[in-house]
Design a protein around this ligand. Structure first.
Ligand SMILES: *[C@@H]1O[C@H](CO)[C@@H](O)[C@H](O)[C@H]1NC(C)=O
Ligand SMILES: *[C@@H]1O[C@H](CO)[C@@H](O)[C@H](O)[C@H]1NC(C)=O
Ligand SMILES: *[C@@H]1O[C@H](CO)[C@@H](O)[C@H](O)[C@H]1NC(C)=O
Ligand SMILES: *[C@@H]1O[C@H](CO)[C@@H](O)[C@H](O)[C@H]1NC(C)=O
Ligand SMILES: *[C@@H]1O[C@H](CO)[C@@H](O)[C@H](O)[C@H]1NC(C)=O
Ligand SMILES: *[C@@H]1O[C@H](CO)[C@@H](O)[C@H](O)[C@H]1NC(C)=O
Ligand SMILES: *[C@@H]1O[C@H](CO)[C@@H](O)[C@H](O)[C@H]1NC(C)=O
Ligand SMILES: *[C@@H]1O[C@H](CO)[C@@H](O)[C@H](O)[C@H]1NC(C)=O
Ligand SMILES: *[C@@H]1O[C@H](CO)[C@@H](O)[C@H](O)[C@H]1NC(C)=O
Ligand SMILES: *[C@@H]1O[C@H](CO)[C@@H](O)[C@H](O)[C@H]1NC(C)=O
Ligand SMILES: *[C@@H]1O[C@H](CO)[C@@H](O)[C@H](O)[C@H]1NC(C)=O
Ligand SMILES: *[C@@H]1O[C@H](CO)[C@@H](O)[C@H](O)[C@H]1NC(C)=O
Length: 343
């Protein structure tokens, strides 16, 4: 039975209901490209390895693209779409504009895949594979990525505005935003562990440094030595675009040191530190468990990544396989120089 007929049959509906899963998630498979693009993972890995030679933060940037894709209308590659007459891009939404990066590397991956197996691999799957390869290349776990996502033909800037977690939000809000997409508190803590690598701009945490509650104070949960370091990196009236490591101890390695940083009050973002410093929060025990045992963190991280990668995926004949990750297939440039789409 084709996957599309599976998705539309009553039997499929009943089965998905009985299994308690989302309707079409069962379609994703680790062997989806076995016959049509068997080398897909190593091609993606090769492009990322090349990019890492000149950009040590690219792995973290790529995993963030997958995360910001999945949280907004599901893992459908919508985050990659440029503005056009039918698209109000997610990449320009407030949580993304001037901070999402890695689009050029995604384009390089797409070009390599179109050369090896034209028209086969979706941009949504590229993001899922790139996330796994980036984690693995940084010393983290490897896992079998579930594949077979199709690309959406719409974007949702309002959704990106309201659904993505912000670096200054309280634990209860973060938990709610994860719960809204079917992820629980363990997933929140495990996926926050992706801040074991990558960088952040000062504007994402500078409120903690100088005027936290409006009386010229700093965040009391910030380690005083680390506070002084960060004040040196982020001047009070600076541009806010200065960068620092999310994990001050092992900035480019995927490990569990992020969690021990929280135990010494050295989480960079307020949303990181709160997982450990919010009195009575059920996140504290999870942080302690992940800090005590990297194997436990890695196992939970893999489970949570697979759960996140399953959010509202398109399968079968839904959506399309984009030729260019920034454009829906029918898009063309008109005589006015603007992108038009016949979708
Ligand atoms: C898919 O390919 C992998 C790796 O080559 C192999 O281990 C696996 O048995 C294949 N699965 C199917 C269903 O063909
Ligand atoms: C798979 O891709 C990798 C990286 O591009 C390349 O080194 C390897 O030769 C490829 N293998 C096959 C069978 O095409
Ligand atoms: C998408 O937009 C980016 C800049 O925002 C630009 O560099 C890129 O060329 C655009 N892609 C296409 C296919 O128009
Ligand atoms: C995104 O950022 C650019 C550069 O700062 C700015 O010109 C543009 O207006 C921003 N887009 C939105 C939708 O705010
Ligand atoms: C997204 O948020 C920005 C800044 O908060 C706001 O200016 C813009 O109108 C919002 N756009 C949509 C489509 O919700
Ligand atoms: C866009 O996202 C918002 C917020 O998550 C949601 O309420 C809305 O239904 C989405 N719109 C579409 C067309 O998917
Ligand atoms: C979250 O879901 C996983 C299954 O994906 C489960 O093992 C775990 O216990 C759940 N955590 C909480 C706090 O409910
Ligand atoms: C600190 O915040 C308060 C309240 O928002 C504001 O009135 C004050 O000007 C701020 N101080 C500085 C130095 O920015
Ligand atoms: C930063 O600006 C605020 C008000 O805008 C001012 O009160 C403060 O003295 C400035 N701080 C520095 C270090 O220049
Ligand atoms: C602050 O950080 C240092 C260096 O990691 C650590 O030794 C110290 O215990 C931390 N202080 C607090 C209060 O967490
Ligand atoms: C947590 O409780 C301790 C001890 O009661 C208190 O000193 C601290 O201010 C509280 N922290 C927060 C963030 O409420
Ligand atoms: C870490 O946890 C794994 C299972 O998650 C367990 O097998 C292992 O014994 C634990 N290691 C230590 C040192 O406790």
């Amino acid at each position: 039975m084709s996957s599309s007929s599976y998705c539309s049959t009553v039997i499929g509906l009943l089965l998905a209901f009985l299994l308690g899963g989302s309707l079409c998630n069962a379609q994703l498979s680790p062997t989806f490209y076995n016959e049509t693009c068997s080398n897909v993972s190593s091609i993606v890995r090769g492009v990322i390895e090349t990019a890492l030679l000149t950009d040590s933060r690219i792995g973290a940037s790529l995993i963030r693209l997958h995360f910001h894709d999945c949280f907004v209308d599901g893992c459908d590659g919508s985050v990659l779409l440029n503005n056009s007459d039918t698209i109000e891009s997610e990449k320009e939404a407030a949580p993304n504009n001037n901070s999402l990066r890695g689009f050029g590397v995604v384009d390089d991956i797409k070009t390599a895949l179109e050369s090896a197996c034209p028209g086969i691999v979706s941009c949504a799957d590229i993001l899922a594979i790139a996330a796994e390869e980036s984690v693995s290349l940084a010393g983290g776990p490897s896992w079998d990525v579930l594949l077979g996502r199709r690309d959406g033909t719409t974007a949702n800037r309002t959704g990106a505005n309201v659904s993505l977690p912000a670096p200054f939000e309280a634990v209860d809000i973060l938990k709610q935003k994860f719960s809204d997409v079917g992820l629980n508190t363990t997933d929140l803590v495990a996926l926050s562990g992706a801040h074991t690598f990558g960088r952040a701009q000062c504007l994402t945490f500078s409120a903690r440094l100088y005027n936290f509650t409006g009386v010229g104070d700093s965040d009391p949960t910030l380690n005083s030595t680390y506070l002084a370091t960060l004040q040196g990196i982020c001047p009070q009236n600076g541009t806010g675009i200065e960068l620092t490591n999310l994990d001050l101890n092992t900035p480019d390695t995927f490990d569990n040191i992020y969690f021990s940083n929280l135990q010494t009050n050295e989480g960079l973002l307020q949303s990181d530190q709160e997982l450990f410093s919010t009195n009575g929060s059920d996140t504290i025990d999870i942080v302690n468990n992940f800090s005590a045992n990297q194997t436990t963190f890695f196992a939970n991280f893999v489970v949570s990544m697979i759960k996140m990668g399953n959010i509202s995926v398109l399968t079968g004949t839904e959506g399309e396989i984009r030729q260019n990750c920034a454009l829906v297939n029918a898009a063309t440039y008109g005589s006015d120089g603007l992108l038009h789409s016949s979708i």
